[in-house]
Write a protein that binds this ligand. Structure first.
Ligand code: C5P
Length: 398
């Protein structure tokens, strides 16, 4: 995904440095080239070798170390970076960059760069809440630096409060949003629905389905990484949603309908990965139904077909989870619902469909052309779907 992109990870002295090792690993796994600068105090917590082993590149610690090529190290690092992330960022480093002090490799590099800078503070609660730090954080925000966190919780000092380094996915999301700025979905609004709706029977019971939300979440994450502004309408799911997207939680098909109709009016594409209940209890009992009668009959009403109701120039992508006659059923739904693309999957196939991390799908378009994809991780399926959406974009009004 991020092949050819350069991330400069700047690491300062905090107990949370170990999380930055994990962050570096995730960035490398996603294809980025990761350069690391460590301040001297950072090296007291973790050795440069940890980062070097993960990034397969030399780690920079010393402003004055001789270099092989003729370049000025901080200028070269500053220029090469597509994004700079300072994580963890101590109060001291934040103070230096807020004031433009340049007395070590990290601060010189940050002062030289034209790249976007992300800062993830990590420090004791007292240091963070001190008005000096608060002023410095405000100052760097005003200069356009993106501040991620700090998270609130248990701190190494034993105190509780704001000061924990933000979790790795949150820092990763901020980095990927910057890297995606020039992606093929830059400036586009994409609405994605995910998860399974829950239709209440009474205050404690509902009709639901096995959707985990993983496929929709993968699409939202992939679209975010390609530069889109993503609105994720999420019903019940079993995994945490991606960060860096606008999250709209819903429960029922009717709530999902309202959100989809409203939000897709100004979107370039609507991708309906949610498993929407086709039927809902006609009446939801106001009180818990008692176990008195022998049998209980539930009267169900058909829910409106949400995606079919969406009109305008928005690109409409639907899903068809089928247990038989996949091609025929999916093609029928594409026409009935007025879709541009339908993604069909055979839910009886192993490693495909609900809850798992992989999917084997067929993408069918309006001309009836069907592209059968092999079994692949849901994030790769997401990119394949988005490739097709991008190809249709010129037709969209906005
Ligand atoms: O007809 P079926 O439920 O299989 O259609 C699946 C596709 O239609 C999915 O994209 C789903 O999100 C969407 N859908 C909808 N409104 C419904 C039921 C399904 O938009 N009431």
């Amino acid at each position: 995904m991020f092949e050819g992109k350069n991330v400069l990870l700047c690491v300062t002295g905090s107990i949370s440095v170990y999380k930055a090792v994990d962050l570096a690993s995730k960035l490398v796994q996603d294809g980025a080239t990761v350069d690391v600068i460590m301040t001297e105090s950072a090296t007291k917590f973790v050795t440069p070798l940890s980062f070097q082993s993960i990034t397969h590149r030399p780690v920079h610690t010393d402003m004055w170390a001789p270099v092989a090529e003729f370049n000025i190290k901080h200028v070269a690092l500053a220029e090469r970076a597509d994004v700079i992330a300072i994580a963890p960022a101590t109060a001291n480093t934040i103070a230096k960059i807020a004031r433009g002090i340049a007395d070590d490799l990290l601060s010189c590099t940050v002062l030289s760069t034209k790249a976007s800078v992300i800062v993830a503070p990590a420090m004791d609660v007292g240091m963070y809440q001190n008005s000096a730090t608060q002023e410095n954080v405000k100052r760097i925000r005003n200069r356009g630096f993106k501040v991620v966190g700090p998270a609130i919780g248990h701190l190494a000092s034993g105190l509780e409060g704001p000061g924990r380094l933000a979790e790795v996915p949150a820092i990763q999301a901020a980095i990927y949003q910057v890297l995606g700025q020039n992606g093929d979905l830059a400036g586009k609004r994409i609405v994605v629905s995910a998860g399974g709706t829950q239709e209440p029977i009474d205050p404690v019971r509902y009709i639901g389905n096995y959707s985990s939300g993983k496929m929709g979440f993968a699409i939202a994450e992939a679209a975010r990484n390609r530069g889109a502004f993503v609105t994720l309408i999420a019903a019940s799911t079993s995994v945490p949603p991606p960060l860096g997207v606008e999250l709209v939680p819903v429960q029922t098909a009717m709530q999902m309908r309202e959100a989809v109709l409203e939000l897709s009016r100004t979107a370039s594409a609507l991708i309906m990965a949610a498993a929407v209940a086709d039927y809902r209890p006609q009446n939801s009992a106001p009180n818990k139904i008692k176990r008195k009668q022998k049998d209980l009959k539930l009267e169900l009403s058909k829910t409106p077909d949400i995606v079919a109701e969406v009109s305008g120039s928005v690109i409409k992508v639907g899903f068809a989870a089928e247990s038989q006659d996949l091609l025929q059923n999916a093609t029928g739904k594409l026409k009935e619902k007025g879709l541009d693309l339908i993604v069909g999957n055979d839910i009886t196939a192993p490693d495909s469909g609900f809850s798992v991390d992989t999917n084997k799908v067929i993408i069918i378009d309006r001309n009836g052309e069907a592209d059968q994809l092999p079994l692949m991780p849901k994030i790769e399926v997401a990119h394949k779907i988005l490739d097709r959406v991008v190809a249709l974009l010129p037709r969209v009004a906005h």
